[in-house]
Design a protein. Structure first.
Length: 213
C-alpha cells in the first residue's frame, strides 16, 4: 500500500509543500507552491531533485535506504540543489515518522551521531569479515575443461615513429606503508557518516531555534 508524507515551508510570502508517495519500488515527489503544482518526479533514487524550467528554484530530497525522507530542502537554483549546499529546509508534517525522527535527533544529538557512525563502521567491517571467513572454508577444487580456441592470424600494424617528449626527471616518492591504504578505506566512509550526522544535528537545532522565534 502506498504511503504519503508531507513537508512544509513558509518563505518569502509563499507556502511550499512537498508530498512524497512511497510505493513498493519507487517514490513520487510532488512540489507545490501556494496550492499550485510546480513539478514532480518519480524515481527509485535516494536523491531526488525537482527543478522544472521556469520554477525559479529547485527542491532536493534525500532518502535513507528505507523509511521517510531524511531531508527536504528548497534551493534557489538547480545547480545549488545538486550540490546540496545551502537552501532552506522544509519541516515534516506533525505526527509523521519523519517528524518523530527529527524530534529524536533534537533530543539525542550525540547518540544520533554515534549511532550513524557505528552503522557506517559496521557497513565497512562486516563485508571484510565475511570475506575473511570465506577464505577459511575448504572449497573443493574443480577442474574445468580447456576450450580449444582457434589460432588467429597476427595483424600487421604499421610502425609509427612518434616524437619523444623530454619529460623532466622527478624524484621518486617514498612508498607508503600498506596500513595507510587500509586505514583510508576504513576511515573515509566512517568520517562521511560522522559529518552527515553532525550536519543533521545542526540543521535540527537551527529549525528549533527558528520555530522558537
Amino acid at each position: 500500500m502506498a504511503e504519503t508524507e508531507r513537508w512544509h515551508l513558509a518563505l518569502d510570502d509563499h507556502e511550499h509543500v512537498v508530498e512524497v508517495t512511497r510505493g513498493a519500488l519507487v517514490r513520487e515527489a510532488v512540489w507545490s507552491r501556494d496550492g499550485s503544482e510546480v513539478g514532480r518526479k518519480k524515481t527509485s533514487d535516494e536523491t531526488i531533485v525537482i527543478a522544472p524550467e521556469g520554477a525559479g528554484g529547485a527542491v532536493r530530497l534525500k532518502f535513507p535506504m528505507a523509511g521517510p525522507a531524511r531531508r527536504v530542502t528548497l534551493h534557489g537554483s538547480e545547480a545549488e540543489a545538486h550540490t546540496g549546499l545551502g537552501g532552506s529546509d522544509l519541516e515534516p508534517e506533525a505526527g509523521s515518522r519523519a517528524a518523530a525522527r527529527a524530534e529524536w535527533i533534537g533530543r539525542h544529538p550525540h547518540l544520533h551521531t554515534v549511532r550513524q557512525t557505528a552503522i557506517a563502521a559496521a557497513g565497512v567491517g562486516v563485508p571484510i569479515l565475511l570475506v575473511w571467513l570465506l577464505t577459511l572454508v575448504p572449497w573443493p577444487s574443480v577442474d574445468l575443461p580447456s576450450i580449444p580456441w582457434p589460432d588467429l592470424p597476427a595483424i600487421p600494424w604499421p610502425d609509427v615513429d612518434l616524437p619523444s617528449i623530454p619529460w623532466p626527471d622527478l624524484p621518486d616518492l617514498p612508498d607508503l606503508p600498506g596500513w595507510v591504504d587500509d586505514v583510508r578505506k576504513w576511515a573515509i566512509p566512517i568520517l562521511i557518516a560522522f559529518f552527515v550526522a553532525r550536519g543533521e544535528v545542526k540543521r535540527r537545532r537551527k529549525a528549533e531555534e527558528k520555530e522558537a522565534e
